[in-house]
Every structure is written in structure tokens, then in C-alpha cells.
Design a binder for this molecule. Sequence first.
Ligand SMILES: Cc1cc2nc3c(=O)[nH]c(=O)nc-3n(C[C@H](O)[C@H](O)[C@H](O)COP(=O)(O)OP(=O)(O)OC[C@H]3O[C@@H](n4cnc5c(N)ncnc54)[C@H](O)[C@@H]3O)c2cc1C
Length: 452
Amino acid sequence: MKQATIIGAGLVGSLWAVYLAKEGYKVNVYERRPDMRKANISAGKSINLATSYRGWKALDAVGIGDEIRKIAIPMYGRTMHPLKGDTNYQPYGINDQAIYSVSRGEINAKLMDLSEQNPHVKIFFNEECVNVDLEKGTSYFKNTQTGALSEVTADVVFATDGAFSAARYNAMQKLDRFSYSQNYIEDGYREILLPANADGSYKLEKNTLHIWPRGRFMLIALPNFDGSFTCTLFMPFDGHEHCFNKLTSRDKVENFFKEVFPDFFAMMPNVADAWEDHPLSSLAIIRCYPWYHGKVMLMGDAAHATVPFFGQGMNCGFEDCTVMWELMKKYNEDWKKIGEEYQVLRKPNGDAVQDLSVNNYLVMRNKVADPEFLLLQKIERRFSELYPDSYFPLYTMVSFTDIEYKTALEKGNSQENTIRELIKKHSINSDTEMHKIDEIIHQHMKQNVLIS
Ligand SMILES: Cc1cc2nc3c(=O)[nH]c(=O)nc-3n(C[C@H](O)[C@H](O)[C@H](O)COP(=O)(O)OP(=O)(O)OC[C@H]3O[C@@H](n4cnc5c(N)ncnc54)[C@H](O)[C@@H]3O)c2cc1C
């Protein structure tokens, strides 16, 4: 029987095990941490993730989408909470398109369960990969509890051991002409749990992603099943009027929330007590190439770790599985051919998802409250309502289609420029009547400029 090694039973590794086992491989998965289904450990990093079209496509391809849907809450749009005044709701798409909030721990545990339903998948816990022989396909492990060393050789090895991949660091990075960059952004994040009301009901509208955009920083909230929201504050570490390094006491935290998120503070006056419940974490973009050498492939964050502002890191990693699987069929499991094409196809998309993620931080923390951007969005939305089959806003392309990320990025930029030109040319403003905007759009589409 063909043997595959997967390093890391995170989100991508656990899903990829399902795919490989379905294709008749004996799959051994090695995970550094204890089994999160037995030990009471957090799944690390953020507690909630938004799953969108590419993620569902990858899950549905192996028939497990519906199992995951049971633990997912739809969010149909974003609700913006300004400093003063009423909230503003912006739907994500048309026809009730939604992204879905899932708990990282729950989806990871479920994916492990689903992979192990196939008797050919075995997950070994507390096994830390310490090196890989790329040519031989031999992976080396150290047991984190006993210190015992072991090695295993397989026909093919997949490194899905996350942003700080040991397989990449200890093996790939030793190759001549291996390119690598790791860039931390200025901002970090801290999570805060907004509990449910005493009767278990939600303190905020459930089916939406809440954002408190404040220019240089922002707070977001995603719903959980128990009525709580997982909130994340993204903010510079230092060097700004509001930054993490200034919030050094309970009083400072409390005053900060009172001043900049008054409606949130009203819901959670004890926020300062919860401040230390989760650590302050940093965010990095990691680029590298090649993603394939000898018998080893990098997938998921090990290949293209990004910042979380488009909610696409996991979705992109899941899409790696879809693409790898299609190539397996195309090349009849000739791993050399698969690896070569996989990296050529996916690397530009990994780069694009990173660029999109950085750009979307600006959108979320600043532009969603900017009247010029809101006008742009209103026109863009109208384009897609009038021409639903030929005009896709950037957010739609990224979150509700599998148009390649690099194409979405290029088209999105060009569409935004076109709408800016139309606004200028026709002096459109927030008071312009919709029928006039419609005329401008029809006229423009007749000239075919924006048809995708
Ligand atoms: C704050 C935040 C919010 C996010 N929100 C979203 C979102 O809304 N939507 C979205 O799509 N993405 C989101 N992401 C990105 C998403 O978390 C990652 O893209 C995703 O976890 C990548 O999956 P992975 O399996 O490649 O890596 P991981 O999930 O990091 O899994 C790697 C696994 O490998 C194991 N491991 C590590 N080293 C070793 C070793 N040496 N030996 C053996 N095992 C090892 C780890 O323990 C882990 O289990 C977010 C990320 C952050 C930080």
C-alpha cells in the first residue's frame, strides 16, 4: 500500500489526511501537541475562523462539508459600530451569501475524527518533527513526553506544520536557492470573550461579523453557539496614541474601552478583568519558494502564512488540498509532476492572498467607516445587482467563488479604479439618485469595459 506522511494535524493536515486515505494511501500523521480531543488544551491562535466558499468546496469534495456545517454559524454581513451614532450594516454579498464562524478547536477536532474514520489514517500525538530528508522522504521525530527519537520513510511527505514549519526550517531552508522571508506587521492581537446574557441569549445580533473600526486599530466579534462572541482587538504594539504597550494597568484598559468602544464597554463593563485571559500575539507574513523538493511538499501556512484580515488563511490552505487532489488525478500520482505543477499554480495565489489580506486590514479598520469608500461599495454592489453574472466585487470573488486569488486581486484593483473614475466623471455623491447611478452603470456595461 502507498504510504504518506503528514507532519502536523492542524486544519490542513487533518483535512489532507481525509483526501489521501480516500485515494488509497496509508496515512501517518504526526502532531507535536497532545490530542486536543482528550487534553484540555486550546487549539492555539484565534478561537474563531471564518469559513468561506473555497473552504466549503474543499470539505464538500470529500463529503464532509455537512458535518462541519453543523458547527458553523452564518454571518451575512458586517455590522459597523461607529464611535458615535447608529450601527451600519453592510451585506457581504447578494442572495444571502454568507461566511461562517467556526471554532478553531471544534473544526480541528472534527477533522481529526473524520480522518480517523478511515482505518488507514493514524494520528500520532506528542511527536515533534525535527528534520526531514527531502530526497528519501524520511521524517525524524522526537516524542515531546519521552524524548524518544523515531523516523519514518514514506512515498511522499506533506509538511502541514504551520507558519513556523520545522520541515521547512530544518530541511527546505538548507537548500541552495530556497527563498524565504518573514515579516511581522506593526500590529498584534488579543482576544476577549464577550459572554452571553444570563439567559443564554446573544448580546449582539448573531448572524453578522461586528466591527468597531477606529482608523489605526479595530475590534471585531464573531458569534459562538453558546451565545458568546469571540472578540479580537487588532492594534499596534507601540508608537501610536492607542497601542498595546500603553495598556499596562487594569485602569488603563478600562479607560481605553470606555473612550474608544463605549457601546462595547456598556455590554462588558468588566472587560479589564478579562484582559489577561488570552495572550497578546503577533502577526507575520511568511513567503518562501520552492514548495516542493524531492518527496516533500509544503501546504497551508507552512507555504504561505498570512495575516488574518481577509479570513482566508485556512480557506487558502484547504484550497491547496483541492488543487493537489486535482493534480493527483491529472498525473496519476506521479508526485514529481504533481509537485512541480502544484507550486507553479499555487505560489502566485499564495502571494496574492497575502497582499489581499494586508489590503483588507485597511478596509476593515478604516475604510468601512469612510463615506467615500461606502459610496464606492454602494456603486459596486449595484453593479453586481444589475449584472450578477458578469460583475463580481472583490470581496465576492475572494469569499464566494474560487476565482484564483491572483486574478481576484488584479480584477478587484482594476474595478475599483474604474468606479473611482465613474464617480469623478459623473460627479456621483451620496445624494445621487439610484436611477441615475443605474443609467451610468448600464451605459458603462454597454461599452463592455467592466464585463469580466
Ligand atoms: C488571529 C487569526 C485569525 C484567523 N482567522 C482566520 C479566518 O477567519 N479564516 C481563515 O480562513 N483563516 C484564518 N486564520 C488563518 C488560519 O488560522 C491558518 O491559515 C490555518 O490555521 C492554517 O492551517 P495549517 O494547518 O496550515 O496550520 P496550523 O493550523 O497552524 O496547524 C499546524 C499544526 O502543525 C503542528 N506542528 C507545528 N510544528 C510541528 C512539528 N515540528 N511537528 C509536528 N507537528 C507540528 C501544530 O501543533 C499544528 O497542529 C487566522 C489566523 C489568525 C492568527
